[in-house]
Design a protein. Structure first.
Length: 67
């Protein structure tokens, strides 16, 4: 659960890999800043999300939206 009053920043590691042989992968860290001060705990459809991204996407393209 995210609680802005107790913590407003999170550091996430994202690892992407392909299905090639040999498999290639890359990792980056993402900083998430919580700006909503709503005290209602967020809910998600799933605990874990898997996303496939085409390697020829444009830089800055949206790849996932969670509600």
């Amino acid at each position: 659960m995210f609680d802005r009053e107790s913590r407003s920043n999170y550091q996430l590691s994202v690892i992407c890999c392909d299905l090639g042989a040999p498999s290639l992968s890359s990792q980056t860290d993402i900083r998430v800043r919580i700006i909503d001060e709503n005290d209602v705990a967020p809910t998600f459809d799933r605990k874990l999300y898997h996303v496939r991204v085409a390697e020829n996407n444009q830089v800055g393209a949206d790849i996932l939206q969670v509600r």
